[in-house]
Design a protein around this ligand. Structure first.
Ligand SMILES: Nc1ncnc2c1ncn2[C@@H]1O[C@H](COP(=O)(O)OP(=O)(O)OP(=O)(O)O)[C@@H](O)[C@H]1O
Ligand SMILES: [Mg+2]
Length: 265
């Protein structure tokens, strides 16, 4: 898939002097409870700009909760969340709207707008939220569709696409907002097995050819091994172990990590 047509959702840092370096995401002492269930307990972690960090861990350990906090779909009970030096929590509504523009997310369920064409799904937010001109949004959307291998599907509606194609549209839609951070939550889990590889290839391509920071929850351990700079092992809302993919997947310190990996690998 040609990446040189990518209309600059990232490219590389030399071409993108405005992009931040250093710490891009920071969670400090973040606590999140649902009723009496403390899902995250004074969690600290940070992600450097341009890095690809994967969260792994058992079901219910809090991985999605972290992404939802960053998307401001949930609010923490305590702590602070900072993105690119600007506070996302606590923050005024105005500041939240500004900071949110830096973050894109792709969900397990693609959540495309069913009544809009593929092209419109991608151009809608850049025009209405970023104030991009329609012509520019269309041009960028076409470039992104080309990048995800769907240049011929501009006029299709989501229901006319396979799950894998819909997910690739959802990825293009997220990139159309030029996010600095892309959050990915088990984006291939709802797909038929034969469609998974195509979506992972697109994500590998993005990881390789852009400087977008990626925070990724996945059960696709080979993919995680390929793209990650760092892997964080979660258990009960805590990071119990972190390291390079080689370290975590081949020689983890903790029995708990070993146990989890032997169950999913
Ligand atoms: N909206 C909610 N209301 C109540 N409890 C919730 C809500 N969202 C999540 N939880 C609880 O928070 C905990 C963490 O959930 P979360 O979805 O973050 O886990 P996860 O690590 O993403 O799991 P999975 O691998 O199954 O997706 C679970 O105990 C879950 O039941
Ligand atoms: Mg989850």
């Amino acid at each position: 898939m040609p990446t040189d047509t990518l209309p600059n959702p990232g490219t590389n840092p030399e071409k993108n002097p405005d992009r931040s370096t250093g710490e891009l995401i920071r969670l400090e002492q973040v606590t999140k409870q649902f009723g009496s269930n403390t899902v995250l307990d004074h969690l600290d972690f940070s992600v450097d700009a341009g890095k690809h960090v994967t969260l792994i861990g058992p079901s219910g350990s809090g991985k999605t909760t972290i992404l939802r906090l960053l998307m401001t779909l949930l609010k923490p009970d305590e702590g602070t969340i900072t993105v690119d030096g600007q506070q996302l929590f606590p923050a005024s509504d105005k500041q939240v709207r500004e900071v949110r523009k830096k973050i894109g997310m792709v969900f397990q369920q693609f959540n495309l707008f069913p009544n809009m064409t593929v092209l419109r799904n991608i151009t809608e937010a850049p025009v209405t939220v970023l104030g991009m001109s329609k012509d520019e949004a269309v041009e960028r959307a076409k470039g992104l569709l080309d990048m995800v291998g769907l240049a011929d599907k501009c006029d299709a509606h989501p229901a006319q696409l396979s799950g894998g194609q819909q997910q690739r549209v959802a990825i293009a839609r997220a990139l159309a907002m030029r996010p600095q951070v892309l959050l990915l939550d088990e984006v291939t889990s709802a797909l038929d097995p034969e469609l998974v590889a195509g979506v992972l290839d697109v994500l590998r391509d993005i990881a390789r050819s852009t400087d977008i920071t990626m925070l990724c929850v996945t059960h696709e351990m080979n993919f995680a091994r390929d793209i990650s700079d760092q892997v964080l092992m979660f258990d009960s809302g805590r990071i119990i172990e972190s390291g390079s993919p080689e370290k975590i997947f081949s020689d983890p310190e903790l029995d708990r990590t070993r146990e989890f990996l032997s169950a999913v690998l």
